[in-house]
Write a protein that binds this ligand. Sequence first.
Ligand code: UN1
Length: 501
Amino acid sequence: MTIKELFSSLHLGPLDHSGDQAGTLAVTSPIDGSLIGHVKMDSPQSVAEKVGKAVEAFAIWRQMPGPQRGELVRLLGEELRAHKDALGRLVSVENGKILEEGKGEVQEMIDICDFAVGLSRQLYGLTIASERPGHAMRENWQPLGPVGVISAFNFPVAVWSWNTALALVCGDPVLWKPSEKTPFTALACQALFLRAAAKFGAAPDGLSQIVIGAADIGEALVDDPRVPLISATGSCAMGRKVAPRVASRFGRCLLELGGNNAIIVAPSADLDLAVRAIVFGAVGTAGQRCTSTRRLIIHRSIYDDLMPRLKAAFERVTVGNPLEGALVGPLIDEAALNAMDKALERARAEGGVVEGGGRVLADRYPDAFYARPAIVEMPAQKGVMMDETFAPILYAVKYDDFDAAIALQNAVSQGLSSALFSNDVREAELYLSATGSDCGIANINIGTSGAEIGGAFGGEKETGGGRESGSDAWRVYMRRQTSTVNYSTQLPLAQGISFEL
Ligand code: UN1
């Protein structure tokens, strides 16, 4: 199916932002390198105009009661339900993930819409005991303002929806800068949003907008003081650029950056479960999730049992066209393949024994970049294993002592996701204790990837510290206000201060 046919199956009408003129962004499919189409780019001036529109939308939207804002998000969820297959397919075409995962990503969008609709009737604050007689103290949550969302190619639509569904019910407009590699899925989401907004009838213009372009366009958003929150997903290097710029104007950042996620496999582990979870975590989405499993820390006593099973499973994994039933699709581009090759070269130089890896299907797809997943037995956790390479590479080391395994797991600079396979309750509880995993996500007997939207999603250290999606992540999209009301006829001062005139 061509992209035009896909769009027509989404019944979205003509594409805004698309064009064939020079100076536009050419978008190709990682499946075969073919041209999908051209998209017009924004300029810093057009970003500034769009921020202006978002500010106007905010003035209206913040006055709408939360549950009514939730109704718009409910309608968006309905559009997503109706178009799950087509949008999932578009994700596959533009990003290269397998169809099953493309649809899974849209399901994640539907789930967060449901969550946000419920939340729109809560957004609850606190009452707090005042030390003064006849006084009431409380904490309220108010809409914050336009939210800038910067998303990556690997989850081209779900990350927008986590932010947008929450921002909208919290009373905030959204300006979205999608990855330059996946603008068409963004335009499709925007078209679905506009249709939900038309059904809703009372959404102000500019409530959801897209800005397309390279780093200068991201910077225009990041530097604009009218955007109080920047929610950015991508590499640690990107976060390192964005965070100080936002901080220098006292803006707020929600950072969702890299991960170097490990699974510890203990002697009591159910190895059948472990193999399935490890393989999905390591090779699913061609290793291009921030939650992908990149390191294995295996107890010495089971290492020789587990490794052959893993290697056999890696060999069985089919690599190929993601629309035709393969389990692993292409890498996003040539740079990703080169990074994978380089990491494997480095692993060998550092004493690693590599199985798999290397480009495949080059004859059939000379302009696409498919790679065999690689499993690497390392003599120790060091060098290349300490870095996140966005590719299907799984490094394995042995451990003897559980505390040492936890220390190894926590020794990397990122702290996103982690998992332990163990049927020993002492190990499991220790792993989830203050001295256990230092990651934002810590699982027992499931893998590192594939989090549900109900929990807060994000991680510590160089992962950036942000939390998106479920639990109370909504609070970052709101302004906290502490209010004290004096309903007495006296004016007692706090801390018992006497100030008589
Ligand atoms: C990402 O890779 O940026 O937990 C997000 C997961 C998915 C989201 C990944 N729900 O793997």
